[in-house]
Design a protein around this ligand. Sequence first.
Ligand SMILES: [Fe+2]
Length: 192
Amino acid sequence: MPEFHTPPIMPMAIRFDHEQLTLAPAGPTLTRRMSDLEGLFRDEAARAAAAAGENPVVYTVTSSPVPEANRELPQSITTIMPGTTSGEFWMTKGHQHPDHQGEIYLAITGRGGILMFDGEQTSWLEMLPGTIGYIPPGWAHRSVNTGTEPYAFLAVYPGGAGHDYDWVVEHGMGKRAFRGPDGSALLRPFAE
Ligand SMILES: [Fe+2]
């Protein structure tokens, strides 16, 4: 066995259910509620009130069984619920890869966007079912549900890239995505 084959994993087919947005076989599922998103929305008081109340699920991430290990290519399905907090669309925490490596997202259902920030400039990609979004190395990324239905996408990423959530807390994302007057995304400066 080659030395890179650690941990050992066999070729596998993973069935994706378009209706249930599930994987089989599946690895762990991460559930992020409003209480997990402290300090991320512009209106922290509104976020805290929601967390203290019904504490809704904002998004889930279901992983495939492929491990997050060097040279592997794990996948996951992220489903973000529709909603806003004081007008700011519900979103993922966002992260930077400590080991700067690229990532691919494929939008599956609903309507959303990818907010990216490299520390200086912000990029925004509209994501509709069938859209492939490319995240280059070194760009922090956050996904946003800009629609009225759950927004789900497939992510494929290098297993050794890692996830740095604190980078986003420290540097922000340059912009924030709010619901505009016509319902579509309106990007506003991060600290406005
Ligand atoms: Fe990522």
